[in-house]
Design a binder for this molecule. Structure first.
Ligand code: XIL
Length: 467
């Protein structure tokens, strides 16, 4: 973390140089004016990475793509270009061209590079999948060593192993690596990686481990073991999420890994929507992005958040999840989506619309009472139902009564509740205080009330009105 903060200050100092040098991918002069309102300036001020997965052919061919990435992000990951099939397509013949191109771009724009990935069951060349035993072990060692040596000093963090745990009951994934080398291959991979570049931070990375579950529990145990041998520095949570389904215990989950002395990182964030996406769904998506980035900013050892692609049309989602799309921050014409504004706000920036003075006919906020915010915290989920606790926070002045409104994203309902008056109409819910829990002191958070929900657990955006 300290390293990251130091590097960020260096970036600010280097900014003038970058703008004046007019380097290969020099930023436009608008950049200087816009810098208070970019994701990048916000993340720099917080000392965290805001990253994006980069598509190699767009990087080469689309200057708007390059400029948007250089302006808005301070970190990049190769979407495909550092995977084994790209780097070592045939045994012993290495092709670093895509990664070299990305690193050159990152260095010209003073961005960090997250390496993805060394040992994975997908996008590995055929030749390695046909090996086993000593030949496979040697191939793994050679691949890790040669790749990390080549980019030593240029790649700050590496996903050493990717997706090594399966999707049911927390067992190791049945892959050619496991079959050919046995369980010890994961630790071996980290030993080779540590030796190849002792200055790089070494990560494990996977999907569906964003909340607390059997799969993330397995990683937690592996992490304890690797940390005790000084082989692991970070845990990557891909966060390929479905609209409205940020796990209620995601922060608690990341925190338990951070408590092991690890950095945590959200490595491949996207929030997919069943197409076509409505305006309301895009607003919900903004809240999901807001929540995930907020979790990272709440955890001291969260090194950053990377989104898995720039524009919706660049995303892998429609190819893989039938009927889903629109999972990212940008539209295809490079205009920003509500999710962009939400991320910018969490990072401390101001979306352009909020810069303008409100029109005269804007209804002023109620006077004589404070403002408030509220979140639904999913504290338990037993499959057929779940428990939500509702936390209400008063703003700068005290609150002496509250009413909450929200819309369930996907058919949830409340089966029982305590300490609030509830009324529902379709998917809309209104909840208000029951007198004794009406008063919240300025700046305080009250665990005000709770309920048992049916359907999939959810944390929709809640509007809190004080008074
Ligand atoms: C995806 C890329 O986005 C696609 O372009 C490619 O065809 C397949 O891989 N988990 C990972 C990423 O770790 O490497 C994957 O990226 C998405 C899921």
């Amino acid at each position: 973390m300290l390293q990251t903060r130091t590097r960020r200050r260096a970036w600010i100092a280097g900014l003038a140089t970058v703008v004046m040098a007019g380097a290969g991918f020099a930023l436009s002069t608008q950049f200087a004016n816009a810098q208070q309102s970019t994701l990048r300036s916000g993340a720099d001020a917080l000392g965290i990475d805001i990253g994006v997965a980069v598509n190699d052919s767009l990087l080469q061919n689309d200057s708007t793509y390059r400029n948007t990435i250089a302006t808005q992000f301070n970190s990049v990951t190769a979407e495909n270009g550092m995977k084994m099939e790209a780097v070592q397509p045939s045994q012993g013949s290495f092709n670093f061209s895509q990664g070299d191109r990305l690193i050159a771009f990152a260095q010209e724009n003073d961005m960090s590079v997250h390496g993805h990935t060394l040992v994975w069951h997908n996008q590995s060349p055929g030749w390695v999948q046909n090996l086993s035993g000593e030949a496979l072990r040697q191939a793994m060692e050679d691949h890790i060593t040669t790749t990390m040596n080549h980019w030593e000093g240029d790649v700050a963090t590496w996903d050493v192993v990717n997706e090594v745990v399966g999707d049911s009951n927390g067992q190791l994934r049945d892959s050619f690596w496991l079959r050919g080398l046995g369980e010890g291959y994961i630790q071996q991979a980290f030993e080779y990686a540590r030796a190849a570049d002792p200055s790089a931070d070494l990560y494990m990375n996977d999907y569906s481990i964003d909340g607390i579950n059997a799969k993330s529990d397995t990683y937690y145990q592996m992490a304890q073991d690797l940390v005790s041998q000084n082989l692991l520095d970070g845990m990557g949570f891909q966060a390929h999420l479905i609209l409205g389904q940020v796990p209620g215990n995601m922060e608690q989950n990341l925190q338990r890994f951070a408590d092991l002395g690890l950095k945590v990182r959200i490595t491949e964030l996207d929030v997919r929507i069943q197409m076509p996406a409505s305006q309301q769904e895009l607003e919900q998506q903004a809240e999901d992005f807001r929540r995930v980035v907020d979790i990272c900013t709440n955890i001291a050892d969260c090194s950053g958040v990377t989104v898995w692609g720039l524009r919706d049309g660049d995303s892998w989602v429609p190819d893989v999840f039938e009927g889903y799309g629109a999972p990212l921050l940008y539209n295809d014409d490079y205009t920003t989506k509500p999710a962009y504004d939400a991320v910018l706000e969490v990072l401390g920036g101001t979306p352009p619309d909020d810069d303008t003075t409100p029109p005269d006919d804007t209804t002023p906020p109620p006077t004589g009472d404070g403002d408030c915010t509220a979140v639904i915290d999913v504290v338990n989920d037993w499959g057929s139902g779940w428990q939500g606790n509702v936390l209400i926070t008063a703003g700068d002045s005290a609150v002496s009564g509250w009413t909450l409104n929200w819309t369930w994203p996907s058919g949830q309902s409340i089966s029982s509740s305590w300490n609030a008056d509830i009324s529902s109409s379709g998917s809309s819910v209104t909840a208000s205080d029951v007198g004794w829990n009406a008063n919240i002191a300025a700046g305080q958070t009250m665990n005000a009330w709770g309920f048992v929900g049916s359907g999939a657990s959810a944390s929709p955006q809640v509007t809190c009105t004080a008074g």
